[in-house]
Design a protein around this ligand. Structure first.
Ligand SMILES: [Mn+2]
Length: 401
């Protein structure tokens, strides 16, 4: 074969391949793809909130230098832009200095910098700061959901609860008081932990403001329901105490992702005796994420009036969450956990916590990043399904301090 002939042959092959690409693939209907539908959905979103924020940034931060063509850029960074600048509240949401104003918002982020319940690695007292810092790289818009949180809801950052590092019980009382205050105001409380011991005082804070019943959906590798650990109510114990509350039944506790070699038998015994609902990663893999969500919702909401979500970042395989207190391989992939979370949040929540982000052990902020995603996925799902604010009807015993 001569060289020119070989060239002709290869050329002919390429031509044929190109021609086949021009035909529609029988399985490809562009209009039916999420990719296309998301492009269309964005066009229907308002942008009034964005325009307002940019004007506010100019008013607060002085108009920019004369050499800038974009006249929306202020001299001092205010609001979302640029993502590398500014004082980082969660997603740069307004900081509510006076917590009595928290009820003016649909949802409020509460930092709970507390790691005295840790039984292995500490560091989650820096969780709220780590999550807030990396939250700055997000926009409030989500492509697939077609939601823009800035346009469709109001969010504030209420700052941190003043915890007492040397004392679990005093810290629990502070946490319950803070959460009860925010919940009573009507704003949805979103807690950034902190180790998982905060699960009990967070749920207690909500449960004391209502005589309605609360279910819990719990993402974790660990069962976290033994009575005590190291003689105290450590981060291995929150659901023992939460399901002792009169309006929080263990039969409405759904525990997703539990398994591996770090599940204490004391906890397993309690879960068995109290008849909680445990689904392992293998169970979830077998039945699929959609079915799992249906089952979790059915169990958590059975004869209950509201549902609380507790998301331990260690429910995700430790390769994705190095910055956590008790890393364990074999958990969810991030995309599985986030999808499942979105599905179970779609019915509405009375509170959300994300726990066990430990920045001193984190790498490139990736664990803190998961923490941010947990919050925005849950909010995005509630907004998309019109369920944000659905918790308000259960507030019939509001606290006032
Ligand atoms: Mn855990």
């Amino acid at each position: 074969m001569s060289f020119p002939a070989m060239r002709r042959t290869r050329h002919a092959g390429l031509q044929g391949h190109r021609r086949s690409l021009r035909r529609h693939h029988p399985d490809f209907d562009k209009m039916a793809t999420q990719g296309w539908q998301a492009l269309e959905a964005e066009g229907k979103l308002p942008s009034n909130g964005w325009r307002k924020e940019r004007q506010w940034a100019l008013d607060m931060g002085l108009p920019g230098a004369d050499t800038l063509t974009d006249r929306d850029i202020p001299t001092f960074a205010r609001g979302e832009l640029p993502h590398f600048a500014g004082i980082n509240t969660f997603m740069k949401a307004p900081y509510v200095e006076n917590v009595r104003d928290v009820g003016k918002y649909d949802a409020a982020v509460i930092g709970i910098p507390f790691d005295s319940g840790t039984t292995y690695r500490p560091g989650t007292r820096f969780g709220p700061q780590g999550i807030r810092r990396i939250s700055a790289l997000y926009t409030p818009y989500n492509y697939e959901l077609g939601v823009d949180l800035r346009e469709q809801m109001t969010l504030c950052d209420a700052g941190d609860v003043f915890t007492i590092p040397a004392n679990l019980e005093k810290s629990f009382d502070q946490i319950s008081r803070g959460v009860a205050h925010v919940f009573s105001s009507g704003a949805l409380p979103i807690m950034l932990g902190g180790d998982h011991s905060i699960g009990f005082p967070c749920v207690r804070g909500i449960a004391q403001c209502t005589d309605k019943k609360i279910g819990i959906i719990h993402f974790d590798r660990h069962i976290d329901i033994q009575e005590k650990d190291l003689d105290e109510r450590m981060h291995t114990t929150p659901w023992y105490w939460a399901t002792n509350l009169p309006n929080v039944s263990p039969t409405n506790l759904v525990q997703l992702g539990i398994g591996g070699w770090q599940v204490p038998r004391e906890g397993v015994e309690v879960a068995r005796k109290r008849n909680t609902n445990v689904l392992t990663i293998a169970d979830i893999e077998k039945i699929g994420l959609e079915k799992t969500a249906e089952i979790a919702l059915e169990l958590a909401w059975k004869d209950a009036d509201a549902v609380y979500i507790s998301f331990d970042v260690d429910s995700i395989d430790c390769g994705f969450v190095p910055g956590t207190g008790w890393p364990e391989p074999g958990g969810f992939l991030p995309r599985e956990a986030l999808k499942l979370l979105g599905l179970v949040a779609a019915e509405g929540l009375c509170g959300l916590e994300v726990v066990e982000v430990s920045p001193p052990y984190d790498t490139s902020d990736i664990t803190a990043l998961i923490g941010v995603r947990v919050v925005v996925e849950a909010l995005g799902s509630m907004v998309a399904h019109g369920k944000l604010g659905s918790h308000k009807h259960i507030i019939n015993k509001p606290v006032s301090y």
